[in-house]
Design a protein. Structure first.
Length: 237
C-alpha cells in the first residue's frame, strides 16, 4: 500500500519592514512629545501668570537706583561686580514700551552687604550703600515670602522644571528626525510635519517653496502645518 503523502508545512514569508520605519517611529514619538510639551507649557503659563500678578506689586522701595544698577553690572566701572541677580519687574506706564525695573531680593541684598567692603572699600559711598541695603532687608524678606507663597501654591517651580524637561525632549526629537531622509510618501509626510515647525523655514528664499513642494507631494494641506504657514502661503502671491 502506498504511504500517505505528508503535507508540507506552510512557511509564511517574513514581513517586509517599511523603508522609513525608523523615521515613522520617530515621528510618532515626536507627536507625543509635542503634546506633552504643549501641556507642560500651558500648565507652567497658568502658574507663572499667578506668580507674576504678585511680582508686579513689588514695593518701589526695592527698585535698584542708578548707582546700584551700575554696581551690579549695568555700567562700565563695575561690570558684574557683585554677581547678584535681581528680580525683573515689568511695569505698564501706559506707553507703547513696557518699562522694566530691577528689584532687590533678600538674597541679593545679603550678598551685596557681605561683598561691599571687600569689593568697594570702606570709604566713599560704601557706608551709605550698606545702610540702605540693611534698611531694605525687612521689606525684601516680606515680599519674598509673598512670592514664595504663591509659587508654592501654584507649583510654579515644579511646573517650570517639567516644562524644561519636555522642551529638551522635544528639541532632541526634532534634531533626530531632521537627520533622516525620507524615501517614501509616508516618510516624507512625517518629515514635512516636523519641519513645518522650524522657524528657519519662514526666512524667505527657496525654503517656503521647497516646503510647499514637499507638502504637495506628501498630500499635506499647508494649513495643517503647525508653524506660521502664512509666510509659506504668501509665496503663492
Amino acid at each position: 500500500m502506498p504511504r500517505p503523502a505528508i503535507a508540507a508545512p506552510v512557511i509564511s514569508a517574513p514581513a517586509q519592514q517599511h523603508p522609513d520605519a525608523e523615521l515613522l517611529a520617530l515621528a510618532e514619538r515626536w507627536s507625543r512629545a509635542r503634546a506633552v510639551q504643549d501641556e507642560a507649557m500651558e500648565a507652567w503659563g497658568v502658574a507663572w501668570r499667578q506668580v507674576y500678578a504678585v511680582i508686579v506689586t513689588c514695593p518701589p522701595e526695592l527698585f535698584a537706583n542708578r548707582d546700584e544698577r551700575r554696581c551690579i553690572g549695568a555700567g562700565r566701572r563695575f561690570p558684574t561686580l557683585f554677581g547678584v541677580s535681581l528680580r525683573h519687574v515689568a511695569l505698564d506706564w501706559g506707553t507703547p514700551e513696557v518699562h522694566t525695573e530691577q528689584a532687590w531680593t533678600g538674597k541679593a541684598l545679603r550678598i551685596a552687604i557681605a561683598r561691599a567692603v571687600p569689593l568697594l572699600g570702606r570709604g566713599g559711598l560704601t557706608p551709605g550703600r550698606i545702610r540702605r541695603w540693611k534698611a531694605m532687608l525687612p521689606i525684601a524678606d516680606a515680599f519674598d515670602a509673598r512670592v514664595e507663597a504663591v509659587e508654592a501654591t501654584t507649583g510654579r517651580r515644579r511646573l517650570e522644571e517639567a516644562r524644561r524637561v519636555a522642551e529638551d525632549e522635544f528639541r532632541d526629537l526634532n534634531r533626530e528626525v531632521g537627520r533622516h531622509v525620507a524615501t517614501t510618501p509616508e516618510g516624507m509626510t512625517a518629515l514635512v510635519r516636523v519641519i513645518g515647525r522650524y522657524p528657519w523655514k519662514d526666512t524667505g528664499g527657496a525654503w517656503p517653496n521647497l516646503l510647499r513642494s514637499a507638502a504637495n507631494v506628501a498630500g499635506i494641506d499647508l494649513a495643517d502645518l503647525d508653524h506660521e504657514h502664512d509666510s509659506i502661503n504668501a509665496s503663492r502671491a
